[in-house]
Design a binder for this molecule. Structure first.
Ligand SMILES: CC(C)(COP(=O)(O)OP(=O)(O)OC[C@H]1O[C@@H](n2cnc3c(N)ncnc32)[C@H](O)[C@@H]1OP(=O)(O)O)[C@@H](O)C(=O)NCCC(=O)NCCS
Length: 157
C-alpha cells in the first residue's frame, strides 16, 4: 500500500481496526512483531494512533502505560509502501509527546529496530535495569523464554 495524499496523525477509530490489523499481522507472520487479535486492538483502541493518508491507514502505534513513570510503545508498524518516509518517526514522536502530556518521564521500546529508535532519541538499556512490571505481559508471549528484543528508553525533560 503506497501513500495517496497528505498525512494525518490522529487517534485510531473503530473503522481503522481492520487496516491496523492487516499492517501489524503482515509483520507478525514474518516473526518480527507480535500478532494482535481484533478484540485486543478494540479493547485498547484509545491507546492507539494511526497515520492516515486520506484514504488508508499507512501506520499504527500504541502507547501502553506500565506505571506512573513508564510507558511502552507497542505494535508500531508502517505499511510496506509507506516505509522510509518519516511516518514511523512521526508516530513515535507523537507518542512521546502524549507521554509528556500525561506526566510520564520515560518511554520504553522493546525492539529489533535499534537504529530507527536511536533516530527517535532512544538509547539502549540493559533489560535487567527495567522494573519487573515491564515483564508482566511476557508470560503470554511466544518469544518466552528466549526473547532477543533490545530494550530502549527515551527519558523526557
Ligand atoms: C521500523 C519502522 C517502524 C520504521 O518506520 P519508517 O517510517 O520506515 O521509518 P522513518 O522513515 O520514520 O525513519 C526515521 C529514521 O530512522 C531511520 N531508519 C528507519 N528504519 C531503519 C532501519 N531499519 N535501519 C536503520 N535506520 C532506519 C531512517 O533512515 C530515518 O533516519 P533520518 O531521520 O536520519 O532520516 C518500519 O520500518 C516498520 O514498520 N518495520 C516493520 C515492523 C517493525 O519492525 N516495527 C517495530 C516494532 S518495535
Amino acid at each position: 500500500m503506497s501513500m495517496t495524499g497528505a498525512l494525518t496523525i490522529r487517534h485510531a477509530r473503530t473503522s481503522d481496526v481492520d487496516q491496523m490489523l492487516m499492517i501489524i499481522n503482515q509483520y507478525a507472520q514474518q516473526g518480527i512483531m507480535l500478532p494482535r487479535s481484533k478484540i485486543s486492538i478494540l479493547e485498547s483502541l484509545q491507546s492507539f494512533i494511526v497515520a492516515y493518508d486520506g484514504q488508508n491507514v499507512v501506520g499504527v502505534a500504541g502507547l501502553h502505560i506500565l506505571w506512573e513513570d513508564l510507558a511502552e510503545i507497542r505494535s508500531l508498524a508502517i505499511a510496506e509502501g509507506a516505509k522510509g518516509m518519516g511516518v514511523g518517526k512521526r508516530l513515535v514522536l507523537s507518542l512521546v509527546e502524549e507521554s509528556e502530556r500525561l506526566g510520564i518521564r520515560r518511554v520504553l521500546a522493546l525492539t529489533y529496530q535499534k537504529e530507527f529508535f536511536e533516530k527517535c532519541g532512544f538509547r539502549v538499556v540493559a533489560k535487567e535495569s527495567l522494573p519487573q512490571k515491564v515483564w508482566k505481559d511476557c508470560i503470554n508471549c511466544s518469544k518466552l523464554p528466549f526473547c532477543d528484543e533490545i530494550a530502549m528508553i527515551r527519558e523526557l525533560g
